[in-house]
Design a protein around this ligand. Structure first.
Ligand SMILES: Nc1ncnc2c1ncn2[C@@H]1O[C@H](COP(=O)(O)OP(=O)(O)OP(=O)(O)O)[C@@H](O)[C@H]1O
Length: 585
């Protein structure tokens, strides 16, 4: 079902607010836009007069001196004004799109974890590349020219009205067809087509990003040709829509030219009559001036319907953007004093219920867990039981349906930007950026000194890795850290966490995919350097859980086993069995 019309309405918080934000620059841009066409028209007007007057061979050059000067002045003014207007309008648009990009980034960033699962990469790229560009075009190609055309329209009708009211009405009617009727018809005729075209483009985007990200798998499966055929098919569907649109534009353009031709003839006949009836030759010079003055104005009116036709597209863009989460980044409700209390404070899950949506299963049900300061709690449970979800709830990325999750008495979701000062995360796939090794580690704390970085790298066991790099810590590493093994990537992430120096650390299966020896070494380092921190450690393996003070098993939304590794191994038969199984894995 189609939603209410949003673009430029009161609820539109993506396009409309920017009119107010830089309103003076906007007013200047519109005024310059008007002046540009005015200068173009005045240039033709004075030229028309000058040509006619010169053709009558004036006795003295001084007789045409004023029109010569004016022609020169307008000749210079037109491109200059156009240039300044372009500078102004692009400056305005760049300011505005940079604000939109920031807003978009905040919208995605505040819910980074959620957005990744909610939006396909192609969709995000689509928003970034297409939608923001669309809004840019909306201003440059539709809104600015339409407003300038309306101003010109009013001025032309008023000026002609001074000479002849019927003429002014007739021209108002004909120009009205071009700037009101044709654009309206274009929107009505092409509305559905524009939506279809955009939907098909999005399919293309998604297909393409899917293919780029999974190109290896397409190749391995031997179905590359199949993918290409599918892609070509989708592309030809987009092309078909393009063809239809172009056909409409050609007919419309013909209509516009006919109307412009008619206006020129009308102006010619009127000027001939108006100035001819005086019987004086000097007045005849104005005929060409009036007729020629109209020509440059064609450029102001003709593109309106082409650009207005794209309004449904912009509407769709605004609809899509408005579905993004609220963009105000969560403001930390923690003041400095509270932060002191938070540091090293305990984590309490109290009567927490959680499921992702109506259709998904209840992952946590009346879940209670208290992790004391400095405690290392290993969270185990079958795959899909909700271990990672538990860590996302703790980070405040997800909100519980009911119950509370507090860190030192503060709701975790209220931590806002303080979150990164309270919690560090070591997860399955840390991202390594395409910059120096030093910068990659510094990410943990931008204020860290060179010594801090070296110390963290050393503690995380990165010394042998750095030694092998040609420029040591200053070696630029590839994005994704392809040159490093899984264990080495985890050590880089560990160094970041050490720099971050938070009282709470969430460890989410960083050793997944590592061989047992590397896993053992990594865990040794991790728990050695994280001594004294409060740790929530999500893991599949029982082996190694001796690093934890306490192990809990998650089952059916609650804790089914809870105890120290030692007591569980001694007293709990089920745990003993699982431990044996894990040993032989
Ligand atoms: N964004 C989401 N929307 C809906 N369901 C989700 C979402 N994210 C995860 N789930 C589902 O919630 C369940 C728990 O996921 P979670 O990742 O917490 O499990 P896990 O215990 O960490 O699993 P594993 O050990 O395999 O990593 C799974 O069935 C998963 O499919």
């Amino acid at each position: 079902m189609k939603k209410n019309y949003l673009l430029l309405s009161k609820e539109d918080n993506w396009v409309r607010p920017f009119f107010k934000k830089y309103k003076w620059l906007l007013a200047l841009v519109l005024f310059l836009g008007f002046l540009t066409f005015f200068a173009a028209s005045a240039l033709m007007f004075t030229s028309g007069y000058l040509i006619s007057k010169s053709a009558a061979r004036p006795e003295n050059i001084l007789m045409v001196y004023v029109p010569i000067v004016l022609t020169r002045a307008f000749g210079i003014a037109r491109p200059t004004l156009r240039y300044v207007e372009r500078l102004g309008s692009h400056n305005w648009v760049l300011k505005m799109t940079s604000d939109i990009r920031l807003k978009l980034y905040q919208a995605m960033e505040t819910r980074a974890v959620k957005s990744k699962s909610e939006y396909q990469t192609g969709n995000i790229l689509g928003i970034l590349a297409e939608d923001v560009e669309h809004i840019q075009n909306l201003y440059l190609r539709t809104i600015f020219p339409a407003i300038v055309a309306l101003i010109l329209y009013s001025v032309i009708v008023i000026v002609l009205g001074v000479f002849s009211v019927p003429l002014a009405l007739l021209i108002a009617l004909l120009l009205g067809v071009i700037i009101f009727l044709l654009p309206l018809t274009a929107v009505l005729v092409n509305n559905a087509r524009v939506y279809r075209q955009k939907a098909k483009r999005h399919v293309l985007y998604n297909q393409l990003t899917d293919a780029v990200l999974g190109v290896g798998d397409w190749q391995y499966s031997g179905r590359y040709q199949e993918f290409l055929n599918g892609y070509n098919e989708s592309e030809s569907l987009v092309r078909d829509e393009d063809k239809e649109m172009n056909r409409y534009s050609r007919f419309e353009s013909l209509g516009k030219q006919v109307i412009f031709g008619l206006i020129v003839i009308i102006m010619f006949v009127w000027a001939g009559n108006y100035f001819g009836k005086t019987g004086e030759v000097i007045y005849l010079n104005w005929i060409a001036a009036f007729v020629l003055a109209f020509f440059p104005l064609i450029d102001a009116f003709a593109p309106i319907s082409d650009s207005v036709k794209e309004l449904p597209l912009y509407e769709d863009t605004v609809q899509r953007l408005s579905q993004l989460p609220d963009t105000t980044p969560p403001v930390s409700k923690v003041d400095d004093e509270e932060e002191e209390i938070i540091k090293g404070s305990e984590i309490i899950f109290k009567e927490v219920d959680f499921r992702y949506n109506e259709q998904s299963k209840q992952l946590l049900q009346n879940f209670n867990l208290t992790v004391s300061e400095g405690e290392v709690v290993a969270v185990l449970g079958k795959s899909g039981v909700g271990k990672t979800t538990l860590s996302k709830l703790l980070r405040g990325d997800l909100l519980p349906e009911s119950g509370s999750i507090t860190i030192g008495g503060i709701e975790s979701s209220e931590l806002g930007e303080e979150q990164s000062e309270v919690m560090g995360v070591l997860n399955q796939s840390p991202h390594i950026f395409n910059t120096t090794m030093r910068n990659n580690i510094r990410l943990g704390n931008l204020k860290a000194t060179e010594e801090d970085i070296e110390e963290a790298a050393h503690q995380a066991g990165l010394a042998p890795v750095i030694e092998k790099l040609p420029l040591g810590l200053d070696t630029v590493v590839e994005e994704g850290g392809k040159r490093f093994s899984g264990g080495e990537q985890q050590r880089i992430a560990l160094a970041r966490i050490l720099l971050q120096d938070t009282p709470i650390i969430i460890i989410d299966e960083p050793t997944i995919g590592l061989d047992p020896m590397t896993e053992k070494q990594l865990l040794e380092t991790v728990f050695e350097v994280l001594k004294g921190k409060t740790v929530l450690w999500i893991t599949h393996h029982l082996v190694g859980t001796h690093y934890a003070n306490r192990i809990i098993f998650l089952e059916d939304g609650q804790i089914s086993m809870d105890g120290s590794p030692k007591t569980l191994l001694e007293e709990n038969t089920k745990f003993k069995e699982l431990y044996q199984l894990d040993l032989y894995e």
